[in-house]
Design a protein. Structure first.
Length: 244
C-alpha cells in the first residue's frame, strides 16, 4: 500500500489537521501509520496529546531503531517528531526516505504530514512517498503555492493523487480550482469551527458527524473504496456533478 504525502505550498491551510484526522479515519479499517515529517515545527504529537519518549529525530540521528519511536494512539500508529529545538541537532533528514521505505511492508497506509512551504525541509519530508495529496484553500496565494508544491513532488517522482479544498466557503467554483490546479479534487471540506474545537481538546473526528468530519470520511472512501459514512451530503452531490 502507498505512502501518501500530505503537502501544502504554504502554512495555515489545515494540512496537519487533515493529515491527523484522515489517518485516524483510515485507522478504523486499515493498519495505518502517521509520520510527522515537519521536523522544525511539528504538531502531530500536540494534536494527538502525545508525550513520546522517542521521536523521528532520534531515528534520524541514528540513536535508535525506528520501531522504538513508533507509538500507538487508539488504532493509529504514530511516528512523531520532537517539539524540542535541541533535538534538531545532529539529525540527517536525508534518511527519511530510507526510514519510510523500511516501514511500507508493515502498514496498509502511511500518511506523511509534510513540512509546509517550498523549501529544503519540505523536499526532505516528501522523500519516500509514493503519492501526494495537496491541501489548498480558495485563497489565490494558496492556489498558486499549491501548484508549485505539486510540481516539486512530481520532480521527485511522486504522483499527485489529487487536491483537497479546505475551509471551503463557496466563494469559488470547485471546477475553477480543479482547472487551475490541473488535478482532480478528492474532496471539499467546508469551513467547520467544530474541527478546531476538537483539535484544541486533542480530539479527532473519526466518530463525529459534523460537516467537516463527514467530508474527511468521504475522502477516505475515495482513497480506499471502503465505506466510512452512509449518507450523501451536498458536497458529495457537488463532486458527482463535477465528474459528469
Amino acid at each position: 500500500m502507498p505512502a501518501i504525502a500530505i503537502l501544502s505550498g504554504k502554512g495555515g491551510v489545515g494540512k496537519t489537521t487533515i493529515s491527523v484526522n484522515l489517518a485516524k479515519v483510515l485507522s478504523t479499517k486499515f493498519r495505518t501509520l502517521l509520520i510527522d515529517g515537519n521536523l522544525t515545527t511539528p504538531n502531530v504529537a500536540i494534536f494527538l496529546g502525545l508525550n513520546p519518549l522517542y521521536t523521528l529525530n532520534d531515528v534520524l540521528r541514528g540513536d535508535i531503531n525506528v520501531s522504538e519511536a513508533i507509538v500507538k494512539k487508539d488504532n493509529l500508529y504514530v511516528l512523531p517528531a520532537s517539539i524540542r529545538l535541541k533535538d534538531l541537532q545532529g539529525i540527517n533528514p536525508e534518511k527519511i526516505k530510507d526510514v519510510i521505505e523500511s516501514l511500507k511492508e508493515h502498514y496498509d497506509y502511511i500518511i506523511i504530514d509534510t513540512a509546509p512551504g517550498l523549501g529544503r525541509e519540505m523536499r526532505y519530508s516528501i522523500l519516500g512517498a509514493d503519492e501526494a495529496i495537496a491541501i489548498t484553500t480558495t485563497d489565490a496565494s494558496s492556489l498558486v503555492d499549491t501548484t508549485k508544491a505539486m510540481a516539486l513532488a512530481e520532480q521527485k517522482g511522486i504522483s499527485i493523487k489529487g487536491a483537497i479544498i479546505n475551509m471551503y466557503d463557496g466563494s469559488v467554483n470547485p471546477s475553477t480550482i480543479e482547472d487551475f490546479l490541473e488535478t482532480s479534487i478528492l474532496g471539499i471540506i467546508p469551513y467547520d469551527p467544530t474541527i478546531k474545537r476538537y483539535t484544541m481538546k486533542n480530539q479527532t473526528i473519526e466518530n463525529k458527524k459534523t460537516k467537516g468530519a463527514i467530508a474527511i470520511k468521504r475522502i477516505a472512501e475515495r482513497l480506499t473504496n471502503e465505506k466510512f459514512v452512509y449518507s450523501e451530503s451536498f458536497i458529495d452531490k457537488l463532486l458527482s456533478f463535477l465528474k459528469r
